[in-house]
Ligand binder design. Structure first.
Ligand SMILES: *Cc1c(COP(=O)(O)O)cnc(C)c1O
Length: 426
């Protein structure tokens, strides 16, 4: 459930009519709902209750910052007790800026630079998820040189097909992430010996937008077996990070597993593990807590097909349709009940700048407002300035109030960072 609902014939974000935000801030603009973020945080936590009961421990829920790194959004989730799963130094700084305690920060990612590892050590983050023996050795050396000890897990690649889009599948043998299961004991043994490193467990994350729990359960079973093997090798395994990946409904016909289904499965799969668990949900928390509000520039007659509804948002603002062929529901802000079939496109000079083809939608005319739903995750954060378009702003709604939480960065401000070198001046 989200807080983007029709009231008196007009779509609202909580108690704010979207037309007011469009007037104040302009379009396109991302609009997030605080109440929805909080609701999703609560539902996720409640889903984990069977895990808490079975393990007797409160897990760490570390929001996957890459799904929505806006500092205000992180602040909302931090206040709900969430930690942060970060994949770059930039995200680490954001999480700290939002007031998320360092010991609740987990650093994932296959290409952490030396500088990023150092930053994590300086800030004394809670956990590094190491993705290679090379990275583990580098981190251990850095830490030992400074008399520090990095808390770490080893990310394994369980070779499981997550049955999701290939670009967001991360747990197959051919993917770049983690240590292949067959080498995990050996690599763990080598790294566990190093001073500077407290290698205390394992981590897994097999992909995103999972609509089926079965691949996760298969991966967790492999993790369980590995934990046993590592303990048999004499290692103290106290932490397991189960990653994120839970899908969200992008259309009404999609029925992803609920956080309650997920929690019940996790409780089953982790029975008897006796470890501290970490979860890294992103999309399931932020996805339906945001929309991309856009205005129709004009409606152009089609060639052989339906008309083109040209909106002022484009693939540079919301990349998912162009990048993954993703579906986003598209709803008029003031629906009239008249319907039309249309191709919904942005102004960018690429045929890929298409949000939907042959889509039945509410009839729209030039100047009218509409939203792309489920745009709170992997939306604004993937924006670019392609076609010399500015960066799209972000707004957070809280009841009757709203605030711009990321300014629009206009095209000329981006151009200001460019220089014509002396050798081109005549
Ligand atoms: C992207 C990512 C997540 C979050 O995935 P969602 O599908 O948004 O829940 C969690 N952990 C890692 C390591 C990731 O790369």
């Amino acid at each position: 459930m989200d807080h983007f609902q029709l009231r008196n014939g007009e779509l609202h974000a909580e108690d704010v009519p979207l037309s007011r935000i469009a007037e104040d801030v302009g379009t396109p603009v991302y609009v997030y709902s605080r109440a929805t973020l909080e609701r999703h945080a609560r539902v996720f936590r409640e889903g984990l209750e069977p895990v808490v009961k079975a393990s007797g421990r409160e897990p760490l829920v570390a929001f996957a910052v890459k799904s929505n790194p806006n500092v205000a959004v992180l602040k909302v989730l931090g206040r709900q007790g969430f930690g942060a799963d970060v994949v770059s130094g930039g995200e680490l700084v954001r999480a700290l800026t939002a007031g998320i305690p360092a010991d609740k920060i987990v650093f994932s990612g296959v290409g952490k630079t030396r500088g990023e590892l150092q930053l994590g050590l300086e800030k004394a983050i809670g956990q590094f998820n190491i993705e290679s023996s090379e990275e583990g050795r580098e981190l251990a050396e850095l830490a030992a040189d400074q008399g520090l000890e990095a808390q770490a897990t080893l990310r394994i690649n369980p070779d499981v097909d997550a049955k999701t889009h290939e670009k967001i599948s991360t747990g197959r043998a051919e993917n770049k992430f983690g240590i292949p299961l067959v080498r995990a004991r050996e690599v763990f043994g080598d790294l566990a010996r190093l001073p500077g490193l407290n290698l205390r467990g394992v981590a897994v994350h097999i992909g995103s937008q999972l609509l089926d729990l079965e691949p996760l359960e298969t991966a967790f079973a492999k993790v369980g077996k590995l934990v046993k093997d590592l303990r048999a090798d004499g290692h103290a395994i106290t932490h397991v990070d189960l990653g994120g990946g839970l899908g969200v409904p992008y259309k009404a016909s999609e029925k992803p597993p609920s956080p309650a289904d997920y929690g019940a499965m996790v409780a089953r799969a982790t029975e008897g593990w006796d470890v501290h668990l970490t979860f890294e949900p992103g999309r399931v928390i932020a996805g339906n807590a945001g929309v991309l509000l856009t205005r129709v520039v004009r409606v152009k007659r089609g060639g052989n097909g339906p008309p083109f509804v040209i909106v002022d948002a484009a693939m540079n603002d919301l990349a998912r349709p162009a990048m993954y062929g993703a579906w986003h529901d598209f709803d008029a802000v003031s629906p009239t009940r008249n319907r039309m079939v249309a191709n919904i496109v942005g102004p960018i000079c690429e045929t890929g700048d298409t949000f939907a083809t042959d889509r039945e939608i509410e009839a729209l005319q030039s100047g009218e407002l509409a939203v792309f739903r489920t745009a709170g995750a992997y939306g604004a954060t993937m924006a670019s300035s392609y076609n010399s378009r500015g960066f799209v702003p972000e707004v957070l709604v809280d009841g009757e109030q709203f605030a711009v939480v990321a300014d629009r960065i206009p095209a000329d401000a981006i151009m200001d960072a460019e220089r014509v070198p002396d050798f081109l001046l005549d």
